[in-house]
Design a protein around this ligand. Structure first.
Ligand code: HEC
Ligand code: HEC
Ligand code: HEC
Ligand code: HEC
Ligand code: HEC
Ligand code: HEC
Ligand code: HEC
Ligand code: HEC
Length: 499
């Protein structure tokens, strides 16, 4: 296949759309470049290396502030903005912005509002800590969250009275921008090269997708695919345009290949990272991404044979492990509770999200298809390199671990966690970080349980078993121990008439 970069065609199109930018051919006379060549030489060099420089998309094309953008400011005779939000990219890349909006990446900021507590710009009120809402051993402050949660998820960027940006820089994937848009395209296409080659490499996603609660990067490194990438990746063709990229360019897939790319001509490239997911793998329990479950309308059944097996092991009444709850966590409910102002500013007719009640409302476009249709897309990627029975066999194997996971973790919850609350054995169970039992339960589903499930789907055997399934079992027994100790403590206190 011949795939010369259609530069002339693009130039012609850009020329039609933006005659001024293409007409000003000489780089030297550009008002921004003349100064910034010395002020920010790195920025200018990266821009020269970018596709944008080849098609005449210069500094002021992106940085010219829109009239209604509060982040705009006067700068040497020009009204510019330092924040080039998705709204700015949208005029030339509407498809990518729309798909991004229809994905769960777009809601990442809503999720992190639980960590925000206070959202009023610079105002930091002492005593408002994450500990009120989450069970961490230490209480984190708002300042700490700015450099952690919010750098991955996105913060609320505001414009101060003096025109200065507050909470900037931040390239969190779902950041709230002062112009009413959400997101940061530079999270994957770093300024100012804005390259697809970079976005396709696992390190780019791995900047956020790593660590104890979502070690996708580490899982990938362990997998055969990751192994091939590290052995041979430097020789692969990373720059081939979407749609033309295929198995003749790379030997093994990266994160982007499976979750986003147009690959081998079999499917279109998408910025909706939710569009190829059959399952929800990060909540307490897992369920398929069909609209009825996303809306939390129906419970999701556990395979009856597997359920019976674990009811017997844990000596639970028949039917205890029949089904699991669906629909949570709900990003809109989180925002409503912890940052109602932000919720109101961004959700409603004509706003960034037209509707925002259930988890389902986070999705649009291809992510609203049935779970099985989404799986079919994932299989279309695999079958560019594997026969269908290989790929399907592997994913079916992972599907089965979901039933086991749901049954095991529901059994642990019913048998060893819920009684602590019901019998009032531990007055510290307020999800406030003081209770060891609480921390154990959190680690079971939020860390080890996710690792178990994600390891299974992305060919990470050690993660699936030793860091995942095994650790869940281990912490399950610690929780059982805690229950026994707490019951004993209560009995002794009652006997000795202690408070
Ligand atoms: C007369 C020289 C000059 C010109 C012309 C100029 N800049 Fe700048 N620009 C600067 C200097 C100096 C800074 C501050 C650098 C620093 O703080 O390290 C700056 C900072 C910036 C910033 C960062 C603002 C912030 O929030 O701190 C942006 C964005 C920017 N310029 C864009 C542009 C664009 C776009 C143009 C063309 C319309 C342009 N500049 C023209 C000199 C210039
Ligand atoms: C394709 C659009 C685009 C073009 C073209 C572009 N920029 Fe930017 N620029 C951005 C984005 C996106 C950011 C990241 C800021 C953010 O959103 O937080 C940025 C950030 C900046 C910053 C502040 C970041 C820092 O590290 O200090 C400066 C200064 C800047 N650009 C100058 C320039 C100059 C000079 C040019 C021309 C050589 C240019 N930009 C061309 C999109 C663009
Ligand atoms: C004035 C129009 C315009 C604006 C604004 C613009 N781009 Fe582009 N962009 C283009 C054109 C034209 C191309 C080259 C055509 C192509 O490859 O599709 C391009 C190419 C790209 C590519 C592909 C690069 C590659 O390696 O193939 C990325 C990624 C990209 N733009 C991201 C952005 C982002 C992010 C923003 C906003 C911060 C942005 N663009 C703003 C016109 C624009
Ligand atoms: C700047 C941080 C950041 C980068 C970079 C990033 N992500 Fe994410 N991603 C997140 C966060 C935060 C979430 C979870 C919040 C959410 O789902 O709203 C997420 C969620 C996801 C999901 C789950 C979506 C769903 O429907 O549950 C997938 C799949 C995903 N990302 C894939 C990728 C891929 C592939 C890349 C690289 C091409 C990538 N991400 C780059 C932060 C990032
Ligand atoms: C290193 C980057 C990073 C940091 C730091 C981080 N997260 Fe996340 N978070 C992610 C990614 C990536 C996901 C997606 C996990 C997945 O889909 O497997 C995620 C998922 C979530 C989810 C679940 C989203 C969903 O779709 O169900 C919530 C809620 C959340 N994070 C809140 C927080 C809070 C609160 C903090 C700080 C206490 C935090 N995160 C810190 C990257 C991060
Ligand atoms: C999660 C990472 C990620 C984010 C965030 C992201 N992109 Fe991309 N983008 C990619 C990947 C990966 C590709 C290459 C897709 C492929 O291989 O088919 C790409 C390709 C592109 C292209 C080239 C498309 C073409 O047909 O040539 C453009 C333009 C683009 N992105 C614009 C954007 C804009 C605008 C945003 C912000 C709304 C954005 N991207 C946000 C990962 C990302
Ligand atoms: C061989 C293809 C493949 C590769 C490579 C791959 N993934 Fe996945 N990923 C999958 C499959 C399959 C699933 C399970 C999808 C489903 O059915 O829900 C998954 C699940 C996920 C999820 C969980 C979504 C949820 O429900 O929370 C995230 C996040 C994710 N991958 C990110 C990544 C990142 C980041 C990388 C690279 C470090 C990566 N993936 C590499 C195929 C892949
Ligand atoms: C770009 C090509 C490519 C794509 C796309 C791809 N794979 Fe692979 N995969 C390979 C290669 C090459 C190997 C190594 C084959 C071997 O070991 O014999 C491999 C190995 C595997 C293995 C064996 C792991 C091991 O430990 O030996 C499994 C399972 C697998 N792939 C599943 C999948 C699934 C599922 C998908 C889609 C979600 C997928 N692959 C997508 C190229 C690909």
């Amino acid at each position: 296949m011949k795939r010369g970069y259609p530069l002339l065609i693009v130039l012609a199109i850009v020329g039609l759309l933006f005659p001024a930018t293409v007409a000003a051919k000489s780089v030297d006379i550009d008002p921004c470049l003349s100064c910034h060549d010395t002020v920010t030489p790195g920025v200018v060099k990266q821009w020269h290396e970018s596709k944008h420089s080849k098609v005449g998309v210069k500094c002021y094309v992106c940085h010219k502030a829109k009239d209604d953008d509060p982040a705009g400011f006067e700068h040497n005779g020009y009204r510019v903005t330092a924040l080039v939000t998705p709204k700015y990219c949208e005029s030339c890349h509407p498809k990518q912005v729309k798909e991004f909006r229809e994905s769960m990446h777009d809601e990442a900021g809503l999720f992190s509002l639980s960590a925000y507590g206070i959202v009023e710009g610079e105002k930091v009120v002492d005593g408002v800590t994450l500990g009120q809402t989450l069970n961490y051993k230490t209480h984190f402050s708002r300042e700490s969250a700015e450099a952690g949660c919010l750098d991955c998820h996105g913060t609320v960027i505001k414009v101060g009275k003096d025109g200065k940006l507050i909470n900037w820089p931040n390239n969190g994937i779902g950041r709230f921008n002062p112009d009413g848009s959400v997101g940061s395209c530079t999270a994957c296409h770093t300024r100012h090269t804005f390259s697809i080659a970079q976005a396709r490499k696992p390190e780019t996603c791995g900047q956020c997708h790593l660590g104890p609660d979502h070690p996708q990067r580490e899982i990938y490194e362990e997998s055969k695919h990751g192994n091939l990438f590290s052995a041979n990746g430097e020789h692969w063709n990373w720059d081939v345009p979407p749609g033309q990229w295929g198995p003749e360019d790379i030997e093994a897939p990266t994160c982007a290949t499976c979750h986003m790319s147009g690959f081998g001509g079999a499917l279109e490239s998408t910025h909706n990272v939710s569009a190829r997911l059959k399952w929800e793998l990060e909540p307490v329990f897992s369920w398929p991404t069909d609209p009825k479950y996303l809306a939390g309308k129906e419970k999701y059944p556990i395979d009856p044979d597997i359920a019976k097996r674990y009811e017997k092991i844990h000596n639970l009444p028949p039917g205890s492990l029949k089904e699991v709850k669906t629909g949570a966590p709900n990003p809109f409910a989180i925002a409503k509770k912890y940052a109602p102002d932000i919720y109101k500013a961004y959700v409603g007719p004509g706003k960034w999200w037209s509707k925002g009640e259930t988890r389902l409302d986070a999705f649009g476009g291809d992510a609203l298809r049935s779970a099985n249709e989404k799986r079919e897309d994932m299989l279309k990627v695999c079958t560019q390199c594997h026969v269908r029975s290989w790929a399907e066999g592997d994913l079916n194997k992972a599907d089965k671990t979901i039933d086991v996971y749901n049954a095991v973790v529901l059994a642990i919850k019913l048998k060893y966690y819920d009684p602590i609350k019901k019998e009032k054995l531990d007055e510290d169970i307020k999800f406030n970080g003081k209770s060891e039992a609480d921390n154990l339960w959190h680690e079971i589903w939020h860390h080890e349980g996710r690792i178990w499930r994600m390891g299974a789907f992305m060919q990470g055997q050690d993660w699936q078993h030793w860091e995942g399934a095994y650790e869940v079992a281990d912490d399950g027994s610690h929780l059982a121990d805690w229950l026994e100790k707490l019951r004993l403590r209560k009995a002794i206190k009652e006997k000795l008439n202690l408070k």
